[in-house]
Design a protein around this ligand. Structure first.
Ligand code: ADP
Length: 451
């Protein structure tokens, strides 16, 4: 859950707590009134206080009904969700303050010690709401108490007891009382909002740390999933040549086949074994490249043309044997790149080998290096079997082989392009493939120029 959403959920939970607490207040008030009316008989006219209790119960019921849908609660659609929940809580607290004021008016006015109950609301607002709303509530409470102090009220409940002292009629008392009251409200607002701000900051730090941890663990889970998928495919791919070798050897060893047939079977077994060894070698290469820390990867500035030259020497015999014409084009001046010579050789050789392998006899391959943007562009094009459009997006996935290559029984592991992509990426470059089935393919690699 994102941090913002978690904060909103926490605020909603506190809002729920406030609604529950208010029911307790209503019950306590009703209990006290019932005790008075039935037994204590401290006050005869408790009807206004019953009205206050009923008023609190009604607005609490309304707010409870809206609790699950604070968005609907008349607070303005344009504001954010957290702001709306805060306004929802503030409205409740303002009504609480109003109810308390009415209660106070009928129970001895400012001389009744419950006047200080406003402090609960201000403290709660400091914890739940913004600084601005908390000070607004402190000001509202002060204004209401000032109004109670100056209003010509006929106190009821408890009023008889408190009015005996006649404190309200003493102007000096009233002024110092109100000053102390205002001071208490604002100091409470200041202290709670400061502490709450600090707590909120820490909470949001914790939430963002938790969020980062969650993202990391999701990435790890995805990696783990990819790893097991990779292992399963690798094992599966290795199983087929091994199974073929076993059955060829078993058949050859029965002594029931002619010497020529036996020879042919052994040759096929050797062919499959060589394929398996190649596959294991490519798997090892890929694993090594993936485990490499690019920062520690041994690199030096080298002339990319030299890499091309080594590839030309290595591929020449293979291309000749298949009667595929191969042409190399390179600039006259040095093509400086920063990299690992062996890895770059493997990458270019893989591309050129593929170009030859997937070309029919008589086809042609062109390897062209030229300056491009702030680097070097290497294009390996062939006039071979091409790649179906649907296969292009999957080309660099491990073990992926296009249908047309499989149908033609051209041997391969589906790992070469993953290795090439990994090497290119480690060198800060990029690779792209364009192709048209039965027409040919072009693989373009871009590498940054050495600084
Ligand atoms: P491999 O060639 O061993 O199967 P690669 O990873 O090098 O594995 O290539 C993946 C697949 O991409 C190949 O199986 C083939 O279908 C397709 N492919 C790669 N290069 C070419 C190309 N030059 N022409 C046609 N198809 C290609």
């Amino acid at each position: 859950m994102p941090a913002q959403q978690m904060a909103e959920t926490a605020l909603l939970a506190r809002c729920h707590w406030l609604l529950q607490a208010r029911w307790v207040v209503v019950a306590a008030l009703a209990g006290a009134l019932a005790a008075n009316d039935g037994v204590l008989k401290l006050q005869r006219h408790t009807a206004p206080i019953w009205a206050v209790a009923a008023f609190i119960a009604i607005y609490n019921a309304v707010f409870t009904a809206f609790e699950r849908r604070p968005k609907v609660c008349l607070i303005g659609e344009r504001r954010g969700v957290a702001e709306r929940i805060a306004a929802f809580v503030f409205m409740q607290m303002a009504l609480d303050a109003l109810a308390l004021t009415v209660l106070l008016s009928f129970s001895g006015g400012i001389e009744n010690p419950i006047a200080f109950f406003y402090i609960f609301h201000v403290a709660l607002a400091g914890i739940l709401l913004s600084r601005r709303l908390c000070y607004a509530l402190a000001s509202l409470a002060t204004a209401l108490v000032v109004a109670v102090a100056i209003a010509p009220l006929d106190y009821g409940f408890l009023g008889g007891v408190i009015q005996e002292a006649g404190l309200r009629r003493n102007a000096a008392f009233a002024a110092s009382y109100l000053a102390a009251f205002a001071c208490t409200m604002y100091v409470t607002a200041y202290v709670t909002t400061s502490v709450a701000a600090d707590l909120r900051r820490r909470e949001s730090e914790l939430l963002s740390t938790a969020e980062a941890l969650r993202e990391t663990s999701e990435k790890l889970a995805a990696l783990e999933e990819h790893k097991s998928q990779f292992m399963m495919t690798a094992a599966h791919q290795l199983k087929s040549p091994l199974a073929a070798i076993v059955s060829l050897l078993q058949a050859a060893g029965t002594g029931q086949v002619s010497p020529e047939k036996e020879k042919e079977m052994l040759a096929r077994a050797v062919g499959r074994a060589n394929g398996a060894v190649r596959q294991v070698q490519e798997l090892l290469d890929l694993a090594r490249l993936r485990a490499l820390d690019p920062a520690r990867h041994a690199r030096k500035v080298l002339d990319f043309r030299e890499v091309l030259e080594s590839v030309r020497a290595t591929i020449a015999a293979q291309a000749d044997e298949k009667r595929v014409k191969i042409e190399f084009q390179a600039p006259d001046r040095a093509a400086w790149v920063e990299g690992n010579r062996d890895d770059l050789f493997v990458a270019v050789l893989n591309l050129v080998e593929n170009a030859v392998k997937y070309s029919d006899s008589g086809g042609s391959v062109k390897v062209a290096l030229r300056a491009e943007d702030a680097g070097w562009g290497l294009a390996v094009s062939d006039t071979g079997i091409g790649i179906p459009a649907a296969a292009l997006p999957n080309l660099f996935r491990e073990f992926f082989r296009a249908g047309n290559a499989i149908r033609r029984k051209i041997e391969g592991t589906g790992l070469g392009l993953s290795i090439v992509e990994q090497i290119v990426r480690m060198h800060g470059g990029r690779i792209r493939a364009e192709s048209e089935e039965n027409r040919g393919s072009t693989f373009t690699v871009w590498l940054p120029r050495a600084p």
